[in-house]
Design a protein around this ligand. Sequence first.
Ligand code: BGC
Ligand code: ZN
Length: 366
Amino acid sequence: MKAVAVYPGKAHSVHLEELPRPQLSDVPNGRGVLVKVLKVGVDATDAEINEALYGNAPVGSDFLVLGHECFGRVEAVGPSVTHVRPGDYVTSTVRRPGGSIFDRIGRSDITTEEVYYERGINLLHGYMTEYFVDDLEYIIKVPESLKHLHVLCEPASVAYKAIDEAMHAQRRLQVWEPKTAFVLGSGQIGLLTTMILRLRGIRTFTIARSEAPNLKAEIAAAFGSTYVSTKKTSLKELAQKVGKPDLIIESTGHSGVAFEAMEILNLNGAMVWTSITGGQRSIQVPSDKINLEWVLGNKLLLGSVNSNYRHFEKAIADLGYAEQMFPGVLQRILTHPVHGLENYQKMIELLEDPSTLKVFMNVSED
Ligand code: BGC
Ligand code: ZN
C-alpha cells in the first residue's frame, strides 16, 4: 500500500513509499484494531518536519511516514476489542508510551522521558497511508453525526488539554472563575480553543495578525468571540481597553508573542503555551518587570503538548456540543482538501501557503 513519507533531516524530501499492508495479528493478545484511513490532516508540525526542523524516523528506517491527525473506519477487530466494531468511525491518539510512571498510567502526554514516541512525528510511522493497525487503547470512536469534522478530533484534543491543564492547575486558588480569556493565534488550535472557551461562557478575544474581514475572524466571531488584529490594536492596548485576561492560551507559533503576553496577564491568572517553536529565534524581554509582576501577582505559566485518550473523548463531546451551539461553524475550518495520496506535492504546496487555514488529505472515499 502507498504511504506519504519524508527523509527526516532532509528538507523537502516528501515522497511516496510502498509499505506492506498491516495485519490484525501485528498487535498481540487479540487487541488489534485494523483501520481503513479516510482522511489525514496536516498542520504546522508537518510543515516543520517538511523543513527538516523537527521529527525523526523510526529506528531501522530511513523514512518517516507523515500524518498524526487521522480519521478512519474500522475494518476488523481482534477478539479482545469491545468498544469499537467494524464499520465504526474512529480517530487515534498520537503518542505511544515510554517507560515513565506517567506513561504507565495512560498519561504519555506528560511523560518525563526525554525521548517521546509520536506517530507521524517522532520515531513512529504516521497515518498517511491506506490502512493502519493499533492497540485498542489508542482508538477512539467518533459518532457518525460528526464524521464531517473528521481530522479536527486530534487538534481539538490538544486544545482541550491545554485548557483542562490550566483549570486543574488553578485549583491551587480554591476559587477561580476565569471571566476573560485571550486566545493568541487563529490557526486551528486558536479557533478550537476559542470554541471550547465560548462553550463555557467565557468572554473570549481571539487575537491574530491579519485584519478582519477574513475567514478566521468570521469563524471566531461565529463562536461568539471578539476577533482582534494586532495590526490595529496591540496586546497591551487591548488589555487596557477590555481588562487583563485571567487566562491566556498562546498558539501563534511565535515565541516572541508568548513572552510579550507575559506582561498583560491578570493577577492570579494562568497562561498556557502550546506553540512548538522549532526555530532559533531569540528576543530581549523586560525581565525585572515581568519577574516582579509575576511574583506579586501569583501568576501561573504552563506548557502543554499532545493529548491522551480522555482529552480526545472530551474534545469529541465538545465538537458535538459546538454543533448544537454554533451549527455549521466548525466545518468552515476544513478549508483545503487534497484528493489521493499521490497528490502529496499539492498538499505540501497548500501547507506552505500562509493563506490556507486547514489542509487535509482525502485518502479514501468512505
Ligand atoms: C501534535 C501533538 C504533538 C506535538 C509535538 C502537534 O502537532 O498535534 O500531538 O504532541 O505536535 O510533537
Ligand atoms: Zn498537530
